[in-house]
Design a binder for this molecule. Structure first.
Ligand code: ADP
Length: 188
């Protein structure tokens, strides 16, 4: 099983590239943002619980995310690989992911980070807000999501560097060029 994390700040293009990678290699794409947004749009008990947290740009609790991940993982145990997009986002989530994979006789294969400067990120997120009307894409919320990224998610870079799993790809350019660079780093 190829267990890949697409890593990067909000607006880096993780979702776009994760979908393309999962289609090319036949792996299961897991976007925790999409899963949570689906719960919100169905107004499920979970969705009602997380809506205001997501709308403010804060992170949903680790416990909830870990529970969601494990249930998706178990449902897809026959997959040839996973492309994780938006998870893990905290050190605790990363450690719990390692433990969960171990429990299922698996381990992480690779972490591919998309590198995009802050100015470009804000620009992209504002455009997305205009085009898709996502409730968490207003300017203040965007700023908060970037703060949350620097505070909680960026420390994962050294966690994965120490494990020799971490590689970077420059995330500015055409979707196709970036995709080709990601594919070159994957070599399944
Ligand atoms: P983006 O990558 O554009 O920041 P996502 O679609 O991945 O956005 O996530 C949207 C929101 O969902 C986050 O701001 C957060 O509130 C919640 N979320 C998604 N994944 C996680 C996670 N792994 N841990 C905590 N919260 C999460």
């Amino acid at each position: 099983m190829f267990n890949l994390i697409i890593f990067g700040p909000p607006g880096a293009g993780k979702g776009t590239q994760a979908i393309k990678i999962s289609e090319k290699f036949g792996w299961k794409h897991i976007s925790t943002g999409d899963i949570l947004r689906a719960e919100v749009s169905h107004a499920s008990p979970l969705g009602l619980k997380v809506k205001s947290i997501m709308d403010s740009g804060h992170l949903v609790s680790d416990e909830l995310l870990i529970e969601i991940m494990e249930s998706v993982f178990i449902k897809n145990k026959t997959a040839k690989g996973f492309v994780l997009d938006g998870f893990p986002r905290t050190l605790n989530q990363a450690q719990e992911l390692d433990k969960m994979l171990l429990r299922h006789g698996e381990k992480l294969t690779l972490v591919l980070a998309l590198i995009v400067d802050e100015e470009e990120l804000v620009k992209r997120l504002l455009i997305r807000s205009h085009d898709h009307g996502r409730d968490d894409d207003t300017e203040d919320v965007i700023k908060n999501r970037l703060v949350q990224y620097h505070r909680h998610t960026e420390p994962l870079i050294s966690y994965y560097k120490e494990k020799k799993l971490y590689q970077e790809v420059y995330g500015i350019g055409s979707i196709k060029d970036i995709f080709n660079q990601l594919c070159a780093a994957i070599k399944p």
